[in-house]
Design a protein around this ligand. Structure first.
Ligand code: GDP
Length: 305
């Protein structure tokens, strides 16, 4: 299991580029009360981190209202206020508690290239380290490469793989996987779904069908539907995110590639927009680079101490 300190280090490392942006305007602010130019500099930094218009507006208003405290407490006070504000907007309660059913069935959905397959594989790795066995289910039966990639993750994490035959109905594949996992007494099934079909409508209909069928195999399944979003695309991926959220009853988000972007603030924008919590963040390409989301640690990594 990854020690908490090391997970925190990974997160801080992953958010390094975003933090650099948020730290830029700050050194000039220690001299006295915040003035309009200071607030503008902070506003620019928050927008550049992709925090979004609304959240940025509210944060700047809050700083304006607290400018006396900031004048007294200096930089540290301003950072603490920003951290609190960001933590509050990220702290959305989860609708589900993992492993309250067996097997725990998780659908992983999202646009191709966001890191869906990688996340499915890493998730199996996270749970393996906690002593739980996960069946990885390759339900993108239209893309052979997706199955091969998941197979690599199955081997890497020592997890069994369930693959559908090429062109098979993904809902049927999912059903078979769930039945197999139950028969083998496994703890979880993580289902890697297609991110693209001939039409968007087909894709959304397919995801909805998979969710329906899962519930027939095991009551309440899928217990979690995780939407994978790429932090590099940032707020540009939000429109697609909304469509997935509508079609697939998304219960949680995974924000990937935080290590490759200065737009870590997008975490706040997506939570506000989609109204569901972030469950994990991706900070690299190895099996250890998926971290359970912690709003306080994230806010600290974003804004600095
Ligand atoms: P999918 O098409 O959505 O299944 O996306 P993949 O899982 O194939 O990932 C696309 C690329 O993003 C791969 O090269 C992954 O290694 C990479 N990737 C995924 N998550 C992360 C992450 O958190 N950080 C970095 N740096 N790369 C990632």
């Amino acid at each position: 299991m990854v020690a908490p300190a090391s997970a925190l280090e990974r997160l801080k490392q992953g958010l390094r580029r975003t933090r650099a942006i948020l730290e830029t305007p700050v050194p000039d602010l220690v001299r006295g009360p915040l003035d309009a130019a200071d607030l503008e500099a902070v506003e620019e930094a928050l927008l550049a981190s992709d925090l979004g218009l609304r959240a940025t507006g509210e944060a700047v208003e809050m700083l304006r209202a607290r400018s006396r405290d900031i004048a007294r407490g200096g930089l540290g006070a301003m950072r603490a206020l920003l951290r609190e504000e960001i933590e509050r907007s990220l702290d959305v309660p989860a609708a589900t508690t993992p492993f309250t059913a067996r097997p725990w069935v998780v659908l992983v959905v999202g646009v191709n290239g966001t890191g869906k397959t990688t996340t499915a594989g890493k998730l199996a790795g996270v749970w393996k380290r906690e002593g739980r066995a996960t069946l990885l289910c390759a339900a993108d039966t239209f893309r052979a490469a997706a199955t091969e990639q998941l197979e690599v993750w199955a081997t890497r994490t020592g997890s069994p793989l369930f693959r559908g035959s090429p062109g098979a109905d993904p809902a049927a594949v999912l059903m078979d996987a769930v039945v197999a996992a139950r028969a083998r007494g496994l703890d979880a099934v993580v289902v890697d779904t297609a991110g693209r079909l001939h039409t968007k409508r087909n894709l959304m209909a397919e995801l909805a069908k998979m969710a329906r069928v899962a519930g027939k195999g095991i009551p309440g399944a899928p217990h979690e539907t995780l939407l994978v979003l790429d932090a590099i695309t940032g707020s540009n991926g939000l429109a697609q995110g909304r469509e997935f959220a509508r079609a697939a009853n998304v219960t949680g988000l995974v924000l990937t590639k935080l290590d490759g972007t200065a737009k870590g603030g997008v975490a706040v924008a997506v939570v506000r927009e989609l109204g569901v919590p972030i469950r994990y963040v991706g900070v690299g390409e190895t099996a250890e680079d998926l971290l359970p989301f912690d709003a306080a640690a994230f806010a600290k990594g974003l804004v600095g101490e």
